[in-house]
Design a protein. Structure first.
Length: 739
């Protein structure tokens, strides 16, 4: 043993670097959350398009789905809580491409306008109660319509239809007679090349007006209605960019009419503020990356102002908040299936929280987003919205209210989302904060009365950051530090002097694996001390703990010396200079092909001595535990399980699952799609693994009591679905808790 110690003092090296942090501060981070609980409802077949079917019964929500060149319509009727849906399939006597819903015959019930673009025909359907929908009238059109407006354009109390297309000047009205028939009217604005249009009430004469965009001259025209379907071109406003759609509505507090333009070049929106006298001025430009598939306006945060809800491909649902003083500067992004196409706002009654339904075309489903202001039951399991591609997740009492909270990272959204635990109900949130790069790992560091501190890692840019959320200044700051390869955060905390400390396990190809200690010297200065092995020795894994109760961190590490077949477990005892001069070898293992060993230190037998848990990677994939002797020595390990594959440290949770006072081991195997509990029976003896959850496609998980009922709950991220799923622990652990 003495000769080994002599050799190890030569092959170890420790280096130190001082970093002056690059601090980036971003203001106006959103502290708001639009939607929380998510529910998905698969459609019985594939459809291409969808629309809302307005009804007089506000307790239910009905949507229609269809595909072009077909004669089938799927009606989906949701209950008042959006928790269940019933489907009915209708057939029509004509094939159609688009449909529009309105009360065309003034009987208080919804009717359907069917549009066959190729045949230049529209047909009207009344009475949706029958399985086969009869077309009561057809009208031949002089051109193929690109866009259609439905409303009472001539103020006679009957619903009319306005048609326009890029290559046909003006707008063609089809005048409704209130009995299901139409006749051609006179062309409106025949000298304007209409690219987008909407109804409006610009002045106070109770006559409908029109706002139109001339796509040739790129101009907005305000057409005043003068009665009997006639209009006067009152004013013109030049526009920079290409307008795809426009909406006339109220966006500024105290205004009756403003304009929102959906732009295609560049992609995004323009907000034009009106003065209620027919004049408009460009006020905001809102950039949106990706292809906008649909948008809606609704006050989702109940502040009396319409917010913008946008569906985007690549798939996401974004909410741009319209707040006083700094309108449209804050936004939040949610995952939204695979191909979001249509957005529907539910509960139009004033004062009620607005929910949202998204039609996911290629996913073949409706996605219900319940407003974040609604409380959600935790009686069974619940799904909560996240950003795009959520991965690693942590739990702690961030806000010091005695209830566990959750934080997770959204890789594709490049954001951190927070969910704050609540007693007897689901956590509130998400509250999301943008990042400048794609994160990989997260650890909670510490908190004050007004700030939360996390440590994040960014493998693509080889950086870690000390990430601070400041609620008083409504800002976040990132203090970036260079690191080696993919840095998994092992520990993060404040030291006795109130300075930040954290430890990372770094996997690199060129220089070999290493362990890094980061210690804060000043507000913008950190010192890094790196522990690695000199070639040809190979560091396979490491962990940090105070093994000899001297208040200094010690290192437990697994390595392969040269080209030998043995894996050795070594101890490097810490000192004030981090030289780690005193080293011993505690154990040897015959693991000839293993290239990775994860190590955790915990008191499994409640004996005030740290024990060690090891996961030896492929080809053996052993999960082993060795009881501690003190001073870094361990008894022979016991194999808890074999065939358990782990790719990063976060897949293993060491936690008292059932509240019996003994620390258990939980493994989340992405390969198996299972979360497995190894219950501690004392003296480092563990039960055989019990599968808690089988969930194909889950990414990461955490176990914590997020509803303060005294029983741990299980939270997991479903990356591809963009969902945080939380399962009430009473359904998982209560049976074993009583044993």
């Amino acid at each position: 043993m003495h000769s080994r110690r002599q050799r190890y003092s030569i092959i170890f090296s420790s280096t130190s670097f001082i970093f002056w942090l690059a601090i980036r501060t971003a203001s106006a981070q959103t502290h708001e959350s639009a939607f929380g609980e998510v529910r998905t409802f698969p459609l019985p077949a594939k459809f291409e398009k969808s629309t809302l079917v307005p009804t007089s019964d506000q307790r239910i929500t009905t949507l229609a789905a269809w595909s072009a060149h077909h004669n089938e319509i799927l009606l989906a009727t949701f209950d008042s809580t959006l928790s269940s849906v019933s489907y009915s399939l209708k057939h029509t006597a004509m094939e159609f491409d688009d449909l529009f819903v309105a009360d065309f015959n003034n009987d208080g019930l919804p009717d359907l306008l069917l549009v066959n673009k190729q045949e230049r025909t529209i047909g009207l359907v009344l009475h949706l109660s029958r399985d086969t929908l009869q077309v009561v009238s057809k009208t031949k059109l002089p051109f193929e319509p690109e866009k259609i407006l439905v409303g009472d354009y001539n103020n006679d109390g009957h619903i009319d239809v306005l048609l326009y297309a890029h290559n046909t000047p003006g707008i063609l009205p089809l005048i409704g007679n209130g009995k299901g028939r139409f006749m051609l009217g006179n062309i409106i604005a025949p000298d304007i090349a209409i690219g987008a249009a909407d109804f409006a009430h610009v002045n106070n004469d109770n006559l409908i007006d029109l706002i139109v965009w001339d796509w040739v001259k790129s101009e907005l025209h305000v057409l005043y209605g003068v009665g009997k379907g006639r209009f006067i071109d009152q004013s013109v406003f030049p526009v920079q960019g290409d307008v795809d759609e426009l909406v006339a509505t109220s966006l500024v507090r105290g205004h009756s009419l403003d304009l929102m333009l959906k732009m295609t070049n560049p992609s995004g929106f323009q907000i034009w503020e009106g003065n209620d006298y027919g004049d408009f001025q460009l006020k905001n430009r809102i950039a949106v990356e990706g292809h906008i598939t649909d948008f809606a306006l609704a006050d989702v945060n109940n502040n009396g102002l319409n917010d913008i809800i946008v569906s985007v491909n690549p798939a996401s649902l974004q909410v741009v908040f319209n707040n006083d003083g700094d309108a449209f500067s804050e936004r939040v992004e949610y995952a939204s299936g695979s191909d979001p196409q249509n957005i529907f706002i539910v509960s139009p009654q004033s004062g009620n929280p607005k929910d949202c339904i998204v039609f996911d075309r290629s996913g073949g489903q409706f996605i219900v987003y319940r407003n974040a202001m609604r409380s959600c039951s935790m009686s069974d399991s619940i799904q909560i919205a996240t950003g795009v591609f959520p991965t690693e997740i942590v739990a702690n009492d961030f806000n010091r209210d005695g209830i566990f909270d959750i934080a997770l990272i959204n890789k594709k959204s490049q954001s951190v989302s927070l969910y704050f635990g609540q007693k007897a109900t689901a956590p509130s949130g998400p509250f999301s904060y943008s990042l400048t790069d794609k994160p990989s790992h997260i650890a909670f560091h510490s908190s004050t009365d007004t700030t939360l501190q996390f440590v994040l890692s960014f493998p693509q840019s080889h950086q870690i950051s000390y990430f601070i959320i400041d609620s008083v200044n409504n800002s976040v700051s990132n203090a970036f530090i260079g690191c080696e390869g993919d840095a998994q955060i092992m520990e993060a905390a404040l030291n006795d002097h109130g300075k930040a400390n954290f430890v990372t396990w770094n996997t690199t190809i060129s220089e070999g694996n290493s362990l890094s200690f980061y210690e804060q010297l000043g507000p913008t200065t950190f010192i890094e001390r790196t522990f690695r092995l000199s070639p040809p020795d190979d560091l396979l894994g490491a962990s940090v703990a105070d093994l000899n109760s001297d208040g200094l961190p010690d290192i437990v590490y697994a390595y392969r010396a040269g080209g030998t077949s043995m894996v050795e477990l070594g101890i490097a005892f810490g000192d004030s200079t981090y030289s780690m001069k005193r080293r011993i070898v505690s154990r040897e293992f015959a693991l000839p092909e293993v290239k990775q060993v994860f190590i955790w230190l915990a008191d499994f037998d409640a004996g005030s001595v740290l024990d060690v848990l090891l996961q030896a990677g492929p080809p053996v994939d052993y999960l082993m535990v060795a009881k501690g002797k003190r001073d870094g020595l361990f008894y022979d390990p016991k194999i808890i399980a074999s065939g358990i594959s782990v790719t990063d440290r976060s897949e293993v949770q060491i936690v008292d699952v059932d509240g019996d006072g003994l620390t258990d081991v939980v493994v989340g195997s992405q390969k198996l799609g299972q979360i497995i509990w190894y219950r501690n029976r004392g003296e480092c003896n563990f039960d055989a693994g019990r599968v808690l959850v089988t969930e194909s496609g889950f990414s990461h998980y955490v176990i914590a009591d997020v509803d303060a009922d005294g029983v741990n709950d299980l939270a997991m991220t479903l990356s591809k679905k963009g969902i945080l799923k939380i399962i009430n622990g009473k359904n998982l652990f209560s049976k074993s808790h009583k044993e």
